[in-house]
Ligand binder design. Structure first.
Ligand code: G6P
Length: 305
């Protein structure tokens, strides 16, 4: 494995916070706060040799989330390709440390398909910036349409949060608050409904998978969630995005595979569904097409409170 393929550790010298990023997928697999708290879940069976996307951390999804277009691979091609480090992007100053990675379509050799296949008329460059602070991290993806054709897209940051003490099924200590009034699409049952404004704590059911998309009610643009990830582990997640400078509503996805689906995944420990919850901000609905020469951006800030 060449050095450009090895994981990169970024340390914020002033606070001691640190993170690990794999060039394969520009995949953040670990963020540890200055007080030693790991916030991200990484499967003990994750495959880290670049032969498949890494199970855990923060997979990047673009130009689609899931597989609404069956002619393209699930979650797109960002998580299946080696990204390059942006020269001169490493920083370690008083406030934060960080790095930027980039991937141009011409270098994306895996997981292309459909309108993004070999004969595509599109061109794109994605730049992903990771910044770490004493008790928070920020990840930001910028999508540059380098071509002349506009394209439609979705983008999502597929956060796997580590849940303390194996308590993912205990709704008292593992829950997501801030999705009241959102339009829920249950991807397992197919059901669609509006979440009661007062029914605001989303929890993992005791007996089955949760796989739901939450689209914001009209007038709500940015996502602002409180996540309880086990006893005494409270996180804030804020996300916002723009297309050609215009703010776009941010959706949230909550996923936990539960027992049966955990067993079915070759890169996920059978009992590890107890240790994680995916809470994933994304631009999924009502995303305007990105015109030629235009830029979209999407940012999240995760703070350990
Ligand atoms: O197994 P992957 O392709 O990484 O997808 C893992 C999961 O990602 C998202 O959370 C989707 O909502 C799920 O339907 C999917 O199972």
């Amino acid at each position: 494995m060449s050095a450009a393929r090895d994981p990169i550790e970024i340390i914020h010298s002033k606070s001691g916070a640190k993170c690990t990023i794999y060039p394969y997928g520009a995949h953040l697999t670990s963020y540890v706060t200055s007080s030693g708290e790991e916030l991200l879940f990484l499967s003990r069976d994750a495959i880290l040799d670049g032969s498949r996307p890494i199970r855990g951390g923060i997979p990047l999804c673009f130009p689609q989330f899931g597989q609404p277009d069956r002619s393209m691979p699930q979650h797109g091609f960002l998580r299946n390709n080696y990204w390059g480090e942006v020269r001169g992007s490493r920083v370690d100053c008083d406030e934060h440390a960080g790095i930027s990675m980039e991937l141009s379509l011409v270098d994306a050799i895996n997981a292309r398909g459909g309108a993004w296949g070999d004969d595509t008329k599109y061109d794109v460059r994605c730049t992903y910036a990771v910044k770490i602070y004493a008790n928070r991290f920020e990840t930001s993806i910028v999508i540059d349409n380098l071509g002349e054709e506009e394209f439609r897209f979705q983008v999502l940051l597929h956060n796997y949060f580590l849940v303390r003490d194996g308590t993912a099924l205990n709704g008292e200590v593992c829950n997501v608050i801030g999705l009241g009034g959102y339009n829920v699409h249950d991807k397992v049952s197919g059901e669609r409904r509006v979440l009661d404004a007062e029914n605001f704590a989303v929890t993992v059911p005791k007996d089955r998978i949760i796989d739901r998309e939450y689209a914001p009610p009209s007038g709500v643009i940015d996502l602002d969630l409180s996540i309880s990830a086990g006893p005494s582990r409270n996180l804030s997640l804020k996300a916002s995005g723009t297309v050609d400078g215009i703010p776009v509503p941010v959706s949230g996805v909550v996923w936990n595979p539960h027992r049966d689906n955990a067993k079915a995944m070759i890169d996920f420990g059978d009992d590890q569904y107890l240790d994680m919850i995916c809470v994933e901000p994304g631009l999924l609905t009502d995303v305007p097409p990105l015109g030629g020469g235009k830029v979209a951006s999407f940012t999240q800030i995760v703070t350990c409170l």
